[in-house]
Design a binder for this molecule. Structure first.
Ligand code: HSE
Length: 371
């Protein structure tokens, strides 16, 4: 396989190093704006050179962001090149187009590293989806916020200090707002739901609350109650209706989620026949994420199909049926709400924010979940 690598940041540089250990994965070209004399391959700043080069059969895109990644990836697919990407933002923004392009041009499009870092989550989900009915997918899908919440909970570290540390360690997105406000987890649950349920849901349809309102006092309050905060993304399907949302969630300290620390991700699927399956591991970081990119390249070499699934029915998100228990803080006062739908809870929270811009919302995880 002759590969052009787009992006030489944390994931790209680790991918380059790992590909060097596999004789079948030959990185012939790196797209880079600046010269990289240290690399033993062609370095170009001109993507057209890559598109025109017929010897390149696969483009690995780990540059992130929607543009110019979309222009490059769509041109590569049109030129009959396979694409492996770790870019969840791109995959969410252009899901239908990219799947169609891969199909039309009879090439493979893989993005396992886009959700779950180093965990083979999308590939495992795809195996189950082919032989069973998946009812729900849920989990801790952002390494940065999990790293931050763990340090705030276990060591009492300050929010700003721990965010800086997560950025320095290369876990956070270029703009960490995507991590702390939950947009990164939202993109990952959209990709998971699309695959699990054979749908295509718009990212903006999914209500999303991140961790930026969680204070040390909230963490202490949760501890008093025997609970731990985690940022959870969830999607579930009832008939034709797909519900999806992202928000802080309180777990009993004995729950596996509460023990998922650092950049760990823990994501589960709930299917009719196989029941619950959970996957955990490093959700961010150079080597774990690059490992999934390497594994995708190997699947492409082995002749995998155009995408994990052929099904992508356009589908609006409907949170009016999914019920849960909720926890709010408004003007310093903590409130527990019984069974409210997800739609109702987010509406209540919007009202609270108008009154108190620092208000907090969290779901309370069911102690015994059916799904
Ligand atoms: N910023 C992302 C995270 C990187 O922290 O999970 C891995 O997708």
């Amino acid at each position: 396989m002759n590969i052009a690598l787009l992006g030489f940041g944390t994931v790209g540089s680790h991918f380059y190093e790992m590909a060097g250990e596999h004789s079948e994965l030959n990185v012939t070209t790196v797209l880079s704006r600046r010269p990289r004399p240290e690399l033993k391959c062609t370095v170009t700043a001109d993507f057209d050179e890559i598109v025109r080069d017929r010897s390149i059969d696969t483009v690995v895109e780990v540059m992130g962001g929607v543009e110019p990644a979309y222009a490059y990836v769509s041109a590569a697919l049109r030129a009959g090149k396979h694409v492996v990407t770790a870019n969840k933002q791109l995959m969410c923004a252009h899901y239908d187009d990219l799947l169609a392009l891969a199909r039309q041009n009879r090439v493979s499009l893989r993005c396992t590293a886009a959700a779950g870092g180093g965990i083979p989550w999308l590939t495992s989900l795809s195996r189950v989806e082919k032989m069973d009915t998946v009812d729900a997918v849920e989990g801790i899908l952002n390494g940065t916020t999990n790293y931050m919440l763990s340090a705030m909970t276990n060591k009492g570290t300050d929010y700003a200090a721990i965010l800086k540390e997560a950025q320095a360690l290369g876990y956070a997105e270029a703009d960490p707002t995507a991590d702390v406000e939950g947009y990164d987890a939202r993109r990952k649950i959209v990709l998971s739901a699309n695959l699990a349920f054979g749908v295509s849901i718009p990212e903006e349809d999914v209500p999303c609350v991140g961790i930026s309102h969680i204070t040390s006092a909230d963490i202490e309050k949760a501890k008093e109650l025997g609970l731990t905060f985690k940022l959870i993304a969830r999607a579930q399907k009832d008939g034709d209706r797909v519900a999806a949302f992202v928000c802080p969630t309180l777990f009993p300290v004995t729950a596996p989620e509460a023990h998922t620390d650092g950049t760990g991700n823990l994501v589960s699927l709930y299917a009719k026949r196989v029941g619950k399956q959970s996957f955990s591991g490093a959700g961010a970081g150079g080597f774990p994420t690059a490992s999934n990119v390497i594994a995708d390249c190997m699947e492409v070499l082995a002749g995998c199909g155009s995408y994990y699934t052929d099904k992508a029915r356009p589908c609006a998100v409907d949170n009016s049926g999914a019920m849960a228990r909720w926890f709010f803080r408004r003007n310093g006062e903590y409130l527990f709400f019984g069974d409210y739908t997800v739609a109702q809870a987010f509406e209540v929270y919007r009202g609270y924010l108008a009154d108190d811009p620092n208000a907090l919302m969290a779901r309370v995880a069911a102690e015994r979940r059916k799904k």
